[in-house]
Design a protein around this ligand. Structure first.
Ligand SMILES: NC(=O)c1ccc[n+]([C@@H]2O[C@H](COP(=O)([O-])OP(=O)(O)OC[C@H]3O[C@@H](n4cnc5c(N)ncnc54)[C@H](O)[C@@H]3O)[C@@H](O)[C@H]2O)c1
Length: 535
């Protein structure tokens, strides 16, 4: 979906479903402040009336407590209060889940049924998610803090689309007939890889589930998925729906729990055939080592970023301001590909800065369950404190604070939309992933200079280029060492478009046709031909 469409969808107010809000707590325009300088909209949070029905682990098609009997609280980012206590899986639960997935792969129907049958189950699942879209979106917003409009209008539809996309691939996966030298019939079989271990982060719990589970199931694999400890709820809910759609027991197992216990056990498990991870670069290095030191399972990694958003001298400034704002602030700035280094040509810098400052100051912050809200709270206290530390470092490092700079309100984990100008490449805020609503604006003069500076990062996930000159766009597109370049747009996450990083932003690609190869083995089969009619 084009970023412009995303922005306009989100700016239109969504009539919140009555099913999601407690009686007497309907959103009202008077509580939607429209300015971050007023914090009334976050002091008295709406109570979602969606019920948290599933909090256990899902192993072999059954909801079960963890072996230890332990639970951990998942918190509401609007208040820091407990939403629910969730079963806390550790290495013993990962063992049980991997055994179930192993058995389902080695002996079960999933890899053996026709691809068309698998595809029909995935399509039925997509229909069920659509039917329960209100509950799914409400759980996602409650656990993560992203706006309900975003969950309901963007992420649930993208989730459904992705499963339909991979349902479409299931019966189109096939090998080749290879014209080799000699009198042989040579073919390749594309086989499922086996048991996939998948570890996902908290910033897009549903979409990360879809990006990993969709292609793995379409290819006939079985799965153990570990959710992020901050956001376990939506995955358990949709996994239940997948079983209602006809998924055999043991094919998808969900373990909630912490990284160093459950996550590490999954990454190092000898019976896991493939690992897919999304999260920080530091944890990516840990899981890659665990995979290598155990059974050398192949690993796909989708890690951090510090993506440049380049505004050229010929850019339409108003459009560039809006797109750069969206590129950074979308999802509370909690995107691995956020346009977190806004490079602006010196000729348009002053105008761009003034308009960006105003745009951030007008960003609508508030309870994410209210209609018209653009920004909810950060996911948890740890991220909230980390962002405020980065803001302090920006101020102390000599950048100019143009907007925001503090917490928003006095409850939960809201941060004011913040803009820094006069940012220099060597400042911490220009180098490290802030993962929050903090825009850093840097000035440049020449195209060659901005290419060099944009590429001077350990990351290489994505880039935005804003120009009306096709030659400049082409020059930048090929010169930038990143996995995605968005020209005059940003954050286009269609199911068919591959996504992944260069350099320390990761290995491999997810989504699109490229993700299938993450979940397939290629087997070469050679048969001698006696007296062939032709070779
Ligand atoms: N690229 C992304 O999409 C993305 C997503 C979330 C966070 N991040 C970055 O990571 C930073 C920290 O966030 P985070 O703590 O949630 O990320 P993280 O990398 O610690 O967590 C991601 C996932 O990895 C698991 N994990 C953590 N330690 C593990 C270990 N030793 N072995 C196996 N699994 C482990 C977590 O439980 C979670 O499921 C953020 O501030 C942000 O910069 C990036």
């Amino acid at each position: 979906m084009a970023a412009r469409r995303i922005s306009s969808l989100l700016s239109r107010s969504l009539a919140s479903s009555p099913a999601l809000l407690s009686k007497g707590r309907r959103p009202s325009g008077s509580r939607t402040t429209g300015k971050y300088s007023t914090s009334a909209a976050v002091e008295d949070p709406i109570t979602p009336s969606v019920k948290v029905n599933y909090t256990q682990l899902l192993i072999n098609g059954q909801f079960v407590d963890s072996v230890s009997g332990k639970t951990f609280p998942t918190l509401d980012p609007r208040t820091g209060e407990v939403i629910a206590n969730v079963a806390e899986g550790d290495a013993r639960d990962i063992d049980l889940a991997v055994s179930a997935a192993r058995k389902a792969f080695d002996d079960g129907p999933w890899p053996r049924m026709t691809a068309y049958e698998r595809s029909k189950i995935l399509l039925r699942f997509a229909d069920l998610v659509e039917k329960h879209a209100d509950e799914v979106a409400a759980l996602e917003t409650w656990d993560n803090g992203k706006t309900y409009e975003q969950s309901a209008k963007l992420e649930v539809p993208m989730f459904v689309r992705l499963f339909r996309y991979y349902a479409g691939w299931a019966d189109k996966i096939h090998g080749l007939t290879v014209p080799a030298d000699g009198s042989y019939h040579v073919q390749t079989l594309h086989e499922p890889i086996g048991v996939a271990g998948q570890i996902i982060p908290w910033n897009f719990p549903l979409l990360m589930f879809a990006w990993k589970v969709g292609p793995a199931l379409a290819c006939g694999n079985t799965i153990v998925l570990k959710t992020a400890e901050q956001t376990p709820l939506s995955a358990i809910y949709v996994a239940k729906l997948l079983h209602e759609a006809g998924l055999p027991a043991g094919v998808l197992n969900i373990v909630s729990g912490y990284g160093p216990t459950a996550g590490a056990a999954l990454a190092s498990h000898m019976e896991v055939d493939k690992l897919a991870f999304t999260g920080s670069t530091e944890t990516g290095q840990i899981v890659l080592e665990l995979a290598a030191k155990s059974n050398l399972k192949p690993v796909t990694l989708e890690l951090g970023g510090k993506s440049p958003f380049i505004v050229c001298e010929d850019a339409d400034v108003d459009k560039a301001v809006e797109m750069a704002h969206f590129a950074l602030f979308f999802n509370q700035g909690q995107c691995c590909c956020a346009g977190s280094r806004t490079f602006v040509h010196e000729k348009v810098y002053d105008e761009f800065l003034e308009k960006s400052r105003k745009r951030a100051a007008n960003r609508v912050v508030g309870d994410p369950f209210l209609g018209g809200i653009e920004q909810g709270p950060q996911v948890d206290g740890e991220q909230f404190k980390k962002i405020l530390r980065y803001i302090k470092s920006g101020i102390e490092g000599g950048a100019t604070l143009e907007a925001g700079g503090e917490r928003f309100g006095s409850k939960g984990y809201y941060v004011q939309p913040t803009v820094f100008s006069n940012v220099k490449d060597d400042m911490t805020i220009a180098q490290e992933e802030i993962f929050g609503p903090v825009q850093t604006i840097l000035k440049y003069k020449e195209v060659e200079e901005v290419i060099r500076r944009a590429n001077a990062s350990r990351y290489g996930l994505a880039a935005g280029v804003f120009t009306q000159n096709i030659d400049t766009a082409n020059r930048l597109t090929r010169a930038l060492r990143v996995g995605s370049v968005w020209i005059n747009c940003f954050d286009i996450f269609d199911a068919a478009i591959p996504f992944g990083g260069y350099k320390m932003s990761g290995h491999g690609r997810e989504k699109g046709i490229y993700s299938l190869s993450n979940y397939l083995q290629v087997k070469a089969v050679v048969t001698p031909l006696n007296n062939p009619a032709w070779l």
